[in-house]
Structure formats: structure tokens, C-alpha cells
Design a protein around this ligand. Structure first.
Ligand SMILES: [Zn+2]
Length: 750
């Protein structure tokens, strides 16, 4: 079986190996491609803004991760076209339907991106242009393949004209209208051709050649070659719009054996069914069967003694019987009690989570599901959802309770942390005491929980703000307890704080303990989140751009469980999409940016990091950038440092810092403007500068000064200020170093 997967980056080990295989296919199939170009693919994925196209890579791979083929699409959002840069299958795999599967996916993507069409090059199939019969046969097969989609070469232009006299066998430019039947307008085609030749073939095509080719487009609309291989009626139908990011869905297929009938036990099988009924028809999910994992993963976060106890105790309880602890003899660990119901209190935190024959096998299967979800992420999927019960977040290293037996999300996090730092975000109404307990002394797993304050909400004994980790783990547990009445807006404020901390931690993976009990009307909670709030929360979390393992925790109002879960996942997918687009679209004005003027304690570290990743500044300068934030925090307005923070869905996208120059009447210094590389080239610097000028003017400032270096690498910075009306006032020669002067620019605001 083959699956098509989009590769976002080359950070995950699995993606590194995928990319190696892609590069190997390129080498073996296209011997003429220079090695630098092959190597550059990784860089293009990592730093897409540097190219003037977004690079989108799809691979067709076996379940075991063997790459059978790949396609690389370049997206131009301004002119609105896509260019198919590569499509190739592994040498031993041609003709196995891989090309068709990849091309279908490319077309779906292109439609989803709302481009007018896909362009690509194809070698000629005429005897005159391609005298070699074998090559001609291959070229004909390719052009026949594309003709089935209605895609044909553009004719009667100079696109095929040789660049150098020795050039032969020049490729056609092929156009696929994506089944719209819209004529190809001349002016649009000219823009496309210019963009392709200038950006992709700049090294090969001199400017006058590009001009000549562009001018050679005379027909309007541009003509395509008549069908040569297939009948126009036989063209395959229009593809459906791009399917959004698919979420792997792993359902605990043995959850319903755990059915506690007593004491109004709300953690019941209908919970899973009501979520499943709502999410499945959405088309967002791909079901994946849970895989068995060995017990060592349980032992990695739980005491062996505790795991052994649960297994044994559940096996010993007669079927249909439940054992509830009523005594908690935890003080004397050396003398464990013998009587079964007394012994259960030795490992339990409350009186309502029973030991029963099916509790262990059901809980054990939940663990497999959580691990299967984590495995999916390591295999390169973006989002995986373990829809499981019993839940797990109240299970501590050596105790169960709160309907939970094994800590599924901690086990998933522990499994992932062999591949990078992990953050756990617990959004259940109840504190994630289990994760806190398990990772309390560790700094490689950050635990964050937003929950009802323990003074009134379960588990009552922890979840307080001052619990922030111990030893190595100090500062790596964040509790955000909230009051009894919390609506969507209040919740989002807390979520924003949680996400900022997670961002600062820079994890490789995010595990979300998804409790749906913050919802309005939940019998175990007091908050009032609505469907819309769950969408908004999902969007914020998705926009972090992290690989996501979502583990089902609580949520007991079965009437709304499904709706809220679906809303959350819709938001999540939207957020991931926003992140992917914001990260890649060059020259696209950035939506969703908000400016804020007040400074918060986290800003020091965030500013340092931002300044650092721009790669423009020395370590001392990076330190100074952070210190200015701290000065401001300490001194307020009087510090003389004013800030504009540009945030994009909770991320710091850029910032500016300015202030009045002491002992002057109305002169201001602009100390910093920095934009995160993910957001560069899209007008954010200009907007920050305009906002700074607006505020300086409002404060009575009349002149703004900016210093910059004279070094070559600052040429674009100087050009930026010059284009915004800043005049070079003077140069202090050799100011920074010999040969590196300080250029002082000034703009008058009056
Ligand atoms: Zn809960």
C-alpha cells in the first residue's frame, strides 16, 4: 500500500531519511541535475521565504517509509500559479500508478491554493526536435499522460527557442487549467513565463532572452496544442478541492469492555461513540488501527510495582465486581496492607475509580492507542488523535484515580522525547496532576495545565500556581488555575499564556490532553465554553505549527461532546494551515498580525530569540536587545524605551524599539526593528516602522534617527530606510571596526 504524504521540513528523523531518498531518486533519474540543486531541496523546505516560491513537497511512500516517488510544486501566490518542478518515481517503480497518484495530489493542492493553473516543462515528442527514437517514445508517453488531464503544451511562442546556439531538444511549457476550461490569457501567461525564467533559470537565461520569450506571446488567449493522444471528451473530470491535513484517528477498540454501572459513573462508553459519530463524517480523519507496544513504555513513567499491582488486582476481582478503596494507608510504604480493598487505597487517590476485571485490559489498550498516535507523528504525520477511554491524566507515577489508570499522555510524551523536547498541554477542566507528578523534576518535558482551581475542583490537592517543578525541572511545570466562572474569552487569555510558554520552550512535539469538560453544561465542570470557543482554541494551538498528538481525556456531557470535539479539530486544522501558509508565502501581506505596546515578562527571552534567529547580530547585541526589554519592565515609560510587539497567532513575528534621545527637544532614536525569518519579505518591517513613526509623532517627536552599519550585508537595511524617506546624514568612519563605519539616517516628521 502506498500513501502520499506532505513533507514540511527536514527536522524530524523520519523526514531526513525521506529527503535523502528523494535526493537519491533525483540523482539516479536525472543525472544532469547539479548536486548543489539536489542538496538545496532541504534548504528550500527549511527556509522557503528565501526562494521567491513556496516549495511544497509530496512523497509517495510505502507503509515502511520507502519512497517510491515524489513531486515538488512551487507556488507563486501573487501571480497565482503553481509550477511543477519535479515529479519522479524510483527507478524500479515507473508505471506503477505512482505518477498518477502524485499528479492527482498536486492538482488537489493547486486547487486548494486557488491558483489559475499548473505549469511545467516537458521534453518534445516531435522527430525534428527529438531525433532519438527511444527518448521520443518516453517524451510521448509523458505528454500522453498529461493530456488525459487536458494539460497540453503552449504553442506558437518562442518558449522553445534555444538560449545558446548549441541547445537542442528544448522543452515545451505545458499548461493544466485544472479542468476549469478557462482560456489562458496572454498577459497572465507572460507574467508566469517571466517569473519562471527569471527565478528558476536566472543562471541560464540572460535578461534579453527572457524579454524575447515573453514578447513572443502574441495570441490572446494563448493557444494550446490540439489533443494528439486522447480524445478531448476523455479528459478526466475536475478534481475535488484540496483535502485538508488528514488527522490520524486511533480509537480504543476495547474501550467498551470497561463499563462501570455503579454510582452514576459518568466515564462511560457512550462518550467515545458520541465523539466518533460526530467526527467521522467530516472527512478530516484517517482511521489507524492501534498497534501493540511492550510494557517497557508503561514502566518508563510508572513504577513497576504499581503496574504489577493494577494488572494483578484487576485479574483477581471477580467479573462484574468493582473494588473501591475506602482507606488510604499511604503513610507506611514498607507494610502494604493485605486486604484487597484496603490495598487498593495504597495505589489510588480517590474513592470512585474502581478496580475491575476489565479496567486493566481497557486501560492497557488506551496506552497502545496513545503510543500508536505518537508513532504516527514520528512517521511524519502532522496530527494524530487517540480517541480513548479510560482517560489517563490523573494517573501519577504510582497511583491511579479520577477515572484514570495509566497516564496515556505522559507515556506518549516519554516515547517522543527520545527524538526531541516535548510539551504537554492539558486543557481538561481538571488539573493534569499525573503529568505534573511524572515530569516534575525534568526539564526535557514541559507540563502546562489550565484547570479549575484546586480550592474547588478535583483533584483538590494540587494544581496550584506555585507548583512549578523541582531541581532540574524547576520552571518546567506551569499551572494556570482559573475561577469557577470562565467563558471563552477568559479561557483564551489563559490559553495564550500557556502557548507563549510552550513557544518559549521550543519543543519538537506537542501532546495535548484534550478534555472537553470545560464545555458549558459539563456535569463535572463549571465553565461555559461553546462550540465556537473550541474552534478558536484549536486554531490557536494549531497555529503553533508543532507536530501534534491529541489524547482524549475528560468531557462528560454526551449531548455536546461530539460537536465540541469536531469544532476543536476543525480549528486545529485551520490553525495548522494558517501556520503553513504564513510560513511559506513570500511577498504576501501578512494577515492576522496584531500590535501590542505593553511589554510582558516573557518578552525578554522572546526578543533575544528573535534577534538571534535573524542571524544578523553578534551575541552581545542579542543580549542588549533582551536587556532593553528588561529595562522597560523595571522602569516603565520612564526607562525611555518603547516597544511595538507584532504577534501572529501568539508568536512574536517582529518588534520595534524606540525612545526619546535625552537632552534633545523632540528627537527620537529608533533602536531596533527585527522581523523573524519566517515572516520576512512580507511588509512587516514596513508596518512596524510606520507604527513607530505614528507613535513618535503622537508623542510630539519631530525627528527620528537610525544607526546602521556600512558593511555590505546591511545594504538591504540601508535601502529599506532610504525607501521609507530616511536621509543619510553622516557617516562615522571606522566606528564599529576599521572599514566598518556607522551610517546615521534621519527622517523629519514635520
Ligand atoms: Zn476532567
Amino acid at each position: 500500500m502506498l500513501r502520499i504524504r506532505r513533507i514540511y521540513d527536514n527536522v524530524l528523523p523520519v523526514n531526513k531519511s525521506t529527503l535523502d531518498q528523494v535526493q537519491e531518486i533525483l540523482r539516479s533519474r536525472f543525472s544532469a541535475v547539479p548536486e548543489e540543486e539536489i542538496i538545496a531541496i532541504g534548504e528550500k523546505l527549511r527556509n522557503p521565504f528565501k526562494q521567491r516560491f513556496r516549495t511544497i513537497l509530496f512523497v509517495a511512500e510505502s507503509i515502511r517509509g520507502k519512497v517510491r516517488g515524489f513531486a515538488m510544486l512551487l507556488h507563486e501566490p501573487d501571480i497565482r500559479f503553481a509550477y511543477l518542478d519535479w515529479i519522479a518515481s524510483a527507478k524500479d517503480r515507473s508505471g506503477a500508478g505512482i505518477g498518477a497518484a502524485l499528479y492527482d495530489r498536486i492538482r488537489q493542492e493547486a486547487m486548494g491554493l486557488k491558483v489559475k493553473g499548473v505549469f511545467f516543462e516537458c521534453l518534445p515528442d516531435d522527430a525534428v526536435d527529438c531525433p532519438d527514437p527511444e527518448e521520443r517514445r518516453q517524451n510521448s508517453a509523458r505528454l500522453r499522460f498529461y493530456e488525459r488531464y487536458g494539460a497540453r503544451p503552449i504553442v506558437a511562442t518562442g518558449y522553445e527557442s534555444p538560449v545558446k546556439p548549441a541547445d537542442t531538444c528544448m522543452p515545451h511549457l505545458v499548461y493544466d487549467d485544472l479542468g476549469t476550461g478557462q482560456p489562458l490569457k496572454k498577459s497572465y501567461a507572460q507574467k508566469v513565463v517571466r517569473a519562471v525564467l527569471e527565478r528558476k533559470y536566472a543562471d541560464y537565461c540572460p535578461p534579453d532572452y527572457v524579454d524575447r520569450v515573453v514578447k513572443s506571446f502574441k495570441d490572446d488567449p494563448v493557444r494550446l496544442r490540439p489533443f494528439r493522444y486522447v480524445k478531448p471528451e476523455a479528459v478526466v473530470a475536475v478534481v475535488e478541492s484540496r483535502s485538508a491535513e488528514q488527522i490520524a484517528l486511533i480509537v480504543n477498540d476495547r474501550h467498551d469492555i470497561h463499563h462501570v454501572h455503579e454510582r452514576g459513573y459518568v466515564e462511560s462508553p457512550v462518550r467515545v461513540r458520541s465523539i466518533l459519530d460526530a467526527v467521522m463524517p467530516s472527512g478530516l480523519f484517517t482511521p489507524i488501527k492501534p498497534r501493540p507496544f511492550p510494557d517497557k513504555h508503561l514502566h518508563a513513567v510508572h513504577d513497576a510495582d504499581f503496574v504489577g499491582y493494577l494488572k494483578r488486582a484487576c485479574a483477581e476481582v471477580p467479573a462484574e465486581k468493582s473494588l473501591y478503596p475506602y482507606i488510604f494507608p499511604i503513610r507506611n510504604k514498607t507494610r502494604p496492607p493485605k486486604e484487597p480493598s484496603v490495598l487498593s487505597g495504597y495505589y489510588c487517590i480517590d474513592t470512585f475509580t474502581p478496580i475491575s476485571a476489565n479496567a486493566y485490559p481497557a486501560a492497557r489498550r488506551s496506552v497502545d492507542c496513545a503510543l500508536t498516535a505518537a508513532r504516527e507523528i514520528l512517521d511524519g504525520r502532522r496530527i494524530a488523535y487517540a480517541l480513548i477511554r479510560p482517560p489517563g491524566h490523573h494517573a501519577e507515577r504510582r497511583s491511579f484515580g479520577g477515572f484514570c489508570y495509566f497516564n496515556n499522555n505522559a507515556i506518549a510524551a516519554q516515547y517522543l522525547c527520545a527524538h526531541g523536547k516535548v510539551a504537554i498541554l492539558d486543557v481538561d477542566y481538571h488539573h493534569g496532576n499525573g503529568g505534573q507528578d511524572i515530569f516534575y523534576r525534568r526539564s526535557d518535558v514541559l507540563t502546562v495545565s489550565i484547570h479549575g482551581h484546586p480550592k474547588f475542583a478535583y483533584p483538590y490537592f494540587c494544581g496550584f500556581e506555585e507548583e512549578c517543578g523541582e531541581g532540574q525541572g524547576e520552571g518546567f511545570n506551569l499551572n494556570i488555575p482559573l475561577g469557577e466562572a470562565v467563558d471563552g474569552a477568559k479561557y483564551r487569555k489563559a490559553l495564550d499564556r500557556a502557548l507563549r510558554r510552550i513557544e518559549e520552550f521550543r519543543p519538537q512535539f506537542l501532546v495535548v490532553g484534550l478534555g472537553l469538560d470545560p464545555a458549558k453544561g459539563d456535569p463535572t465542570g463549571t465553565w461555559s465554553l461553546t462550540v465556537k470557543d473550541f474552534t478558536a482554541n484549536g486554531r490557536l494551538i494549531g497555529a503553533l505549527g508543532l507536530p501534534l498528538v491529541i489524547i482524549q481525556e475528560g468531557g462528560y456531557r454526551t449531548k455536546t461532546l461530539g460537536k465540541n470535539a469536531l469544532a476543536f479539530f476543525r480549528g486545529l486544522v485551520e490553525g495548522v494551515g494558517q501556520w503553513a501558509d504564513s510560513r511559506h508565502a513570500p511577498n504576501h501581506r501578512l494577515g492576522g498580525v496584531v500590535f501590542r505596546h505593553e511589554v510582558v515578562p516573557e518578552d525578554g527571552e522572546r526578543v533575544r530569540r528573535l534577534v538571534d534567529v535573524t542571524g544578523f547580530f553578534h551575541p552581545e547585541e542579542v543580549a542588549v536587545a533582551g536587556e532593553l526589554v528588561e529595562e522597560r519592565l523595571k522602569g516603565g515609560e520612564a526607562s525611555g524605551y518603547h516597544f511595538i510587539m507584532a504577534e501572529h497567532y501568539g508568536r512574536l513575528a517582529g518588534y520595534a524599539c524606540f525612545g526619546p534621545i535625552p537632552c534633545t527637544d523632540a528627537s527620537y532614536d529608533l533602536y531596533w526593528i527585527a522581523v523573524h525569518p519566517d515572516f520576512q519579505g512580507r511588509g512587516l518591517g514596513r508596518r512596524l516602522l510606520a507604527e513607530a513613526e505614528r507613535r513618535i509623532k503622537a508623542a510630539g517627536g519631530r525627528r527620528i534617527y537610525v544607526d546602521t552599519s556600512q558593511r555590505v550585508q546591511y545594504a538591504s537595511t540601508r535601502a529599506f530606510y532610504e525607501s521609507r524617506g530616511y536621509r543619510l546624514e553622516t557617516v562615522l568612519k571606522d566606528f564599529y571596526a576599521v572599514g566598518d563605519g556607522k551610517a546615521i539616517y534621519c527622517k523629519s516628521l514635520v
